[in-house]
Design a protein around this ligand. Structure first.
Ligand code: F6P
Length: 343
């Protein structure tokens, strides 16, 4: 049995742990894996590499992906790219492909399975934790840990200068990273995309805290957060192959309003891609490894058109189409708990 592995979309810590686990399980069963390079672009262009166990055994601690990634969407240029995908799949002699990605990458896998019966199995990943079906994605825990380490550092400089620091996190349309890191770093206020920005309330909270003796403040804002009746803040009008604009810059807008209304010196920090870099946390290594082992199992059982997912503590299989039908917003129960600290 020959199994292809592919990582698509934004990278995140834990991808290499999945590659290692799938490779090991397939080899244990007498098969072997190859790596398709740079996401779907690799299948369009026929780019691949061998994956000897000796080269994947030690990669669990490495961030990013040894296969490379891209946001290529073969359905954007269906006349030219889809025939290439099918041709290369055949030419490589693949019996199955394990696609590791977010909703975009898994959406392509789901369509290729539905449209051409290509034998696909999906593994969900993203720091945003916005994938349906699975309780958590690997990458998220590491990203939250990176954010809280950054906030812990920002706290000391903010306190020294009696400043308000507005910290922008990633997450696209989902506030998981902002909410969890805001709770874990004891932020004075958290803005998420699911709840319109109430800047007046935030300003009041910051003034009350100052009056109560706290001479600095930390505000966490998710990149997709919006003021009532306005669009999200984008860095450019350019869009990727899947139609996503590059978000960013809302922290500066929020910081400006806070400084004007309070008179407190305020700075903003955009954490950006730092949140996706470096070694995966223990939690992400374990989750990614379990996902990889169970994905390989689906391949061996020829359960194609499925993805693995976390439900409670169990790894389950779900139809790929369920995972990509719509995004999983922040569960507002978490936000209500967080807001106990900024009422
Ligand atoms: O989906 C993961 C993510 O990191 C989002 O949080 C962010 O908006 C986006 O990717 C950034 O994408 P890129 O790496 O293409 O700039």
């Amino acid at each position: 049995m020959k199994v292809g592995l592919l990582t698509g979309g934004g990278d995140c810590p834990g991808l290499n742990a999945v590659i290692r686990a799938v490779n090991q399980r397939i080899q244990n069963a007498g098969g072997h894996c190859i790596g398709i390079l740079e996401g779907w672009r690799g299948l369009v262009k026929g780019l691949y590499r061998d994956l000897p166990i000796s080269e994947t055994d030690g990669i669990i601690a490495r961030g990013g992906t040894i296969l490379g990634s891209s946001r290529t969407n073969p359905y954007k240029r269906p006349e030219t790219d889809l025939p290439e995908v099918r041709k290369n799949f055949e030419a490589l002699g693949l019996d199955a492909l394990v696609a590791i990605g977010g909703d975009d990458t898994l959406g392509v896998a789901s369509k290729l399975h539905a449209d051409f019966q290509l034998p696909m199995v999906g593994v969900p990943k993203t720091i945003d934790n916005d994938l349906n079906v699975t309780d958590f994605t690997f990458g998220f825990d590491t990203a939250v840990n990176i954010v809280i380490e950054a906030i812990d550092r920002l706290r000391t400089t903010s306190e020294s200068h009696r400043r308000i620091m507005v910290v922008e996190t990633m997450g696209r349309q989902a506030g998981w990273i902002a909410c969890f890191s805001g709770i874990a770093a004891a932020a004075d206020y958290i803005f998420v995309p699911e709840v319109p920005i109430d800047i007046d309330h935030c300003i009041q909270v910051l003034k009350d805290r100052r009056a109560g003796g706290k001479n600095y403040g930390i505000v966490v804002v998710s990149e997709g957060a919006k003021f009532p009746n306005s669009k999200e803040t984008t860095l450019t009008e350019r869009k990727d192959d899947f139609g996503h604009a590059q978000l960013g810059g809302i922290a500066t807008v929020v910081a400006d309003k806070i400084e004007k209304a309070t008179g407190f010196e305020t700075r903003s920090v955009v954490l950006g891609h730092i949140q996706r870099g470096g070694a995966p946390s223990a939690y992400d290594r374990v989750l990614a490894t379990r996902f990889g082992l169970h994905a390989a199992e689906l391949v061996l059982q020829k359960q194609f058109g499925k993805m693995v997912a976390l439900k409670g503590t169990q790894i389950i299989a779900a139809p790929l189409s369920d995972g990509v039908s719509n995004l999983k917003n922040l569960d507002l129960a978490f936000y209500r708990e967080a807001s106990a600290f900024f009422q």
